[in-house]
Structures are given as structure tokens and as C-alpha cells.
Design a protein around this ligand. Sequence first.
Ligand code: PLZ
Length: 447
Amino acid sequence: MSSKVVGGPTLEQKRRIVTAIPGPKSVEMQKRRVEVVSAGVSSTLPVYVKRAGGGIIEDIDGNSFIDLASGIAVTTVGNSNPRVVANVQEAVEQFTHTCFMIAPYESYVQVCEALSRLTPGKHAKRSALFNSGAEALENAVKIARYFTKRDAVVVVEHGYHGRTNLTMAMTAKNMPYKKGFGPFAPEIYRVPTSYPFHDGLTGAEAAANAISRIEKEVGPDQVAAIVIEPIQGEGGFIVPAPGFLSALAKWAKENGVLFIADEVQTGFARTGSMFASDHEQIVPDLITMAKGMGGGLPVAAVTGRADVMDSIHAGGLGGTYGGNPIALAGALGAIETIEKDNLVEAAKHIESIMIPRLKNMAKQHQLIGDVRGRGAMVAIEIVKPGTTTPDPETTTKIVKSCHAEGVLVLTAGTYGNVLRFLPPLVISDELLNEGLDVLEKAIVSVS
Ligand code: PLZ
């Protein structure tokens, strides 16, 4: 990589398609890739990235895409954000690794201080740092089981929590996450969620269904924790009906069950508040975080009640790389940017542009069954016109058309019919609107 190549905010903020997608250089690269990279690892848009920043990703053929994905809700502060870059450069020259379990360093403490301050609730908290979302979930479950001396873990329909053995068991969807990869970890119980577009229930009704299932089929005194995404991500950007989460949290408290909010995708300003739990004044016992936390570097955390987190014997939590100093330098840059540049407001602003425009499109195009989301975590559900029947084929067509026109969008959902938008919070209004123009054209072309 040439040292002259700069991405980040200096990258021209302009969509530009100069070749077929993928372009000839990416096609060449793809030929090399299939000879060495496992076929089990796939890419949504097989254009090879040269640089990225702001709301743009530029590929090796010179095409520039509007980024409505943020590497799956990771580059919330923008790619190569200046504070992230400066912190990482400084840290990498000081030391690359000592292992916090061997010889500790300040950035780990600083990040945990920030997590205590930013996560919901004013109670005493402690944190432990890890490398990935799935690893944070694994540890949250370990901690909950240890503290409660109970085994059962309750998750919900359409939930996503990762690809390790335990988190595959916690994840709902078979393809592509689970098929053939079992047997899965035991003592995971899946109960109904709140999915207003499909179940038509109030939050209280949906919670009553879930709680009844737990009480009848699992037994409250067997349950260590309920683990739930406050807005379900991979499952289709499902915003639960108001009151659903708070009813579950209340039931958990009354039954000695820990309420664990998986904020891996929703955390760090993404939804127009620092954490999605804040929208319903939920104070989880434990929170799992990753993605947006690191500004693009791999770092994850579990933060929670001090009595729970400190119940673990010394040495019970850890890992060689957990809280790696380079990743933490990135995290400190990302957190500082979110706070100083008020990215919570930026996410609300993105919502104020996207939701009305998408609702307007839904009025004109019956294949948009639902428009939902909060902040810069927004989605539309594609259905057979006038019904709630999922239409994954049309969804794929829309996505392909957007990609060919230089707009990177992702799908989600158990039925593969949700188009989701996760722009970096630093995207300009112009690029965001242009991305939506391209989307609208794609929808018209398949209507
Ligand atoms: N919990 C809520 O969204 C990761 C998965 C992409 P890791 N979501 C993106 C894919 O296909 O693997 C996620 C999440 C929630 C946990 C995770 C897992 O986080 O960092 O991917 O392990």
C-alpha cells in the first residue's frame, strides 16, 4: 500500500461508476481470491476496496460507491476517521501488545471509564474487553450463569448473536449461519419476539406471550438471562412495539433473571441515542458492545452491574488479545468523535431525512410493506404488493440495481426481504439523498 494513498475525510465525496460492476481489476482479484480464500467466506459486493472515508468507498477500478452499510454498522465515525488514525498511529509506535492479563496499560482503563459513563444507568459498573461481538456475547452468558448459578438462556425469534458455537445456538436463522454446523450448545430457549409489522401485537401482548413461554417451558428459576437486541439487526431491523422490552426487563428483575441487551449493532449513537436501550429507558444488567465502538478496529465489551461483573473469580475472564492497545486507541478516537462531534444528533438528522423519504416511496410503491428504524439504522421490508408476504427475489433485484449504480446497501431479515441502511453518521446530506434517489429508481425499475 502506498503511503501517499489517503482515504478518510480527504476522499472526494462523489459517486462515480466508471466500469461494469465489478470492474476488470476486481474480477482479476476475484480470480486470485477463489484460489486461496475459502468458498465459505463470501462478499456482498465483490469490488476490492482501495480507500474509504466519509460516505464513500472507492474500489481498485476507480469506482466510488455511496456507503449505506458502514461495514455492517462499524464505521459509525467514518472510515479512517482522523482521531482514530492519529490515536492508532501514536499507539502503534509505543507498543503493539503486552496482553492486559500480563502487563496492563492505561487505555484499557480509559475505555472502561468511558463505558461506565456512557452506558444506561447511574449504578456502579464494571467492564471487560474482548475482540468481537460474538466473544462479548459468550462472556456475557458465562458471567450471567456464574452469577445466577442457573443454566438456561432465553433468546427471541429472529435474534442474531454471532457465529461461535454458543452464539450460533442463540442465533435464530439457519441459513447461512447454522446449517450443518451443529450440534449446538444446550440450554438455549427461543421465545416469541415483538414484530409489529407481522404480529400486529402491542408490546404488552407480545411480552405476555414471551413470558408465558418462559414460565411454562423453561421455568423462571432455571433462567440465568434473557439476551435480546433492543432493535433486532440481522433479523430485519425489527423495532419492538413500545413496552415490550420494559415488560421483559421488569419480569426479569422480579425473577432474578439478568437482562442482557445485545447492543453490538445498535450501540454507540447508531440509533439516535448512545444506546438503543435508552429509547425505552431500559437499564440492562449487562450490555454487549462491539462494532461502532472501535471506529473500525476489532474491539468488544461487556459492561454491567459491578456486583455481577465482580462476582467472577480473578482470572475467570480474559483472552490473549482482549483490549488490544491498538484497537483501544481506535476506540478512544471513535468515542471522542461520537461525543465531541455530537454524532447522536447526526444519527437523528439522518433519520429525519430517511424516514420521510422512505415513507413517501412506500406510499407510491406497494412493494414496500413497512418502513422502520431509528437514527441511522433504518430499513424497508419488501413484500408482494399489498400483503405482508416477504418477497426476497424482488429485494435481491433492488440490491443488485443499487450496487450497479454505485450505492452499497445490505439486506437482512429471516426472510431475506429487508433492505437495510446503515450509513456512516458523517455522511453528507447530498450523498445520503443521492443514495435514496438511486434506491427509488431501482424500486421503480422492479415495480
Ligand atoms: N450481536 C446484535 O449484529 C454481528 C454479522 C455479520 P461479531 N452482526 C453482523 C455476519 O454475517 O457475520 C452481531 C450483531 C449482534 C452479535 C454480533 C456478532 O458480532 O463481531 O460479528 O462477532
